[in-house]
Ligand binder design. Structure first.
Ligand SMILES: Nc1nc2c(c(=O)[nH]1)N[C@H]1C(S)=C(S)[C@@H](COP(=O)(O)O)O[C@H]1N2
Ligand SMILES: [Mo]
Length: 369
């Protein structure tokens, strides 16, 4: 018999029961599945395998904005859902004896992996929306592999619990006082965190964007700035700055020469991986035109190199579908104003359906590969 604070009968709420766990599990499962699929997509766009690179779609224009917005919305809503789910089942975490059989021990080990991976995944993701990295490991790779670990643990959990889930899926078998009130409070909590943060990406929820780290309409030239010129060390652009286009027929252009080329204006979003997004009117030269002038083949992959000396986003790769898209610009102006230092002066890349991290600022070179 167990003694002390975890003794028999300690967990006396009637809500530690399977129907409540199943209802919460469905919501949490839907949120985590949304996170997993949209997250995979984001990783594929950021680090495409070679065979996929030439087939990445540059449409729909707002595609990444929607999927990454969903990723962060679902992940944020999952925080209260996970809290409620863990509270419902936690007496089981203190089961005694800890293992009744080998099968039981393995099942509990699976639960340990699932709970640890999911907690760490939501924690690192939430802190990433604040651009706060108080840990020694790289965020993106860790978040990626924890995602797979959590999904593996989840599948195992679903398989083991399938009979219980099936038995309680459609209706409550026993009435439990307080269950409805508890589930309603959890719904209200999840709705509240969603309503007060989703405005960082959903324009019609902007008015209630009280808790998100960003207001997408606040910032110089009407846009937020993730990495400032001061942080990137690009506040002063060399007086002899030229855009270099390296290809079969390489050439260099000054800012005035770029401005003298045919200018196009497109409305495209910056869709930041951290969850905010905002559309703007960008004006500049079509990357396609610049590449044609350099004699680049139509299926060429292009490396976009920033003046920024180091930093994870100082260089990006522009696969052919983006490079050839008429909406992809080397932008010189945004919202009718010349770019300022923080938004990438003298020139920045803007392309449709592309993660914000790859919209390289302070561009110095386009290299045809
Ligand atoms: N060279 C360079 N370009 C960069 C970055 C960077 O750190 N270095 N940050 C990227 C990120 S994470 C985003 S979301 C967008 C933000 O663009 P904005 O500051 O103009 O809103 O720029 C991208 N371009
Ligand atoms: Mo970003």
């Amino acid at each position: 018999m167990r003694r002390g604070p975890l003794r028999e009968g300690t967990f006396d709420s009637p809500l530690h029961e399977p129907r409540t766990a199943v209802v919460l599990g469905r919501w949490l499962g839907a949120a985590l599945l949304t996170c997993f699929l949209t997250g995979l997509l984001s990783h594929l766009l950021q680090e495409p395998p070679a065979w996929l690179e030439g087939h990445l779609p540059s449409r729909p224009v707002n595609g990444y904005r929607v999927t990454q917005g969903l990723h962060v919305i679902a992940g944020t809503a999952a925080v209260p859902l996970l809290g409620a789910k863990l509270w419902t089942v936690y007496p089981k975490l203190f089961e005694w004896p800890p293992a009744r059989s080998l099968g039981h021990a393995l099942e509990r080990l699976g639960i340990a992996v699932l709970v640890a991976a999911t907690l760490l995944e939501l924690f690192t993701g939430l802190l990433n929306t604040l651009q706060w990295y108080p840990w020694p490991f790289p965020f993106r790779q860790t978040h990626f592999w924890l995602g797979w670990t959590a999904v593996g643990g989840l599948l195992l959990h679903l398989a083991v619990k399938a009979p219980v889930i099936a038995a309680h899926w459609w209706r409550a078998r026993v009435p439990v006082p307080g269950r409805r009130a508890f589930l309603t409070s959890v719904t209200v909590a999840a709705a509240a965190v969603t309503a007060t943060t989703a405005g960082q990406t959903v324009p019609w929820l902007r008015w209630s964007d009280l808790l998100a780290p960003r207001r997408p309409d606040l910032g110089t030239l009407g846009l937020p700035v993730n990495r400032t010129a001061a942080q990137a060390g690009t506040t002063t652009v060399p007086a002899d700055w030229r855009l270099t286009v390296a290809g079969p027929r390489p050439y260099r252009l000054s800012l005035d020469e770029l401005r003298a080329l045919p200018q196009h204006t497109v409305r495209l979003p910056i869709a930041c991986v951290e969850g905010w997004s905002a559309s703007a009117d960008w004006t500049g030269v079509r990357v396609r035109d610049l590449l044609e002038r350099a004699g680049a083949p139509a299926d060429a992959l292009v490396r976009v190199v920033s003046l920024e000396a180091e930093g994870p986003y100082a260089v990006s790769e522009l696969p052919a579908p983006y490079a050839r898209d008429g909406l992809t610009l080397l932008a010189l102006a945004v919202n009718g104003q010349p770019l300022n230092a923080d938004h990438g002066f003298p020139a920045r890349l803007i392309a449709p359906n592309r993660p914000g991290v790859l919209q390289t600022k302070w561009v110095a070179r386009l290299e045809v590969r």
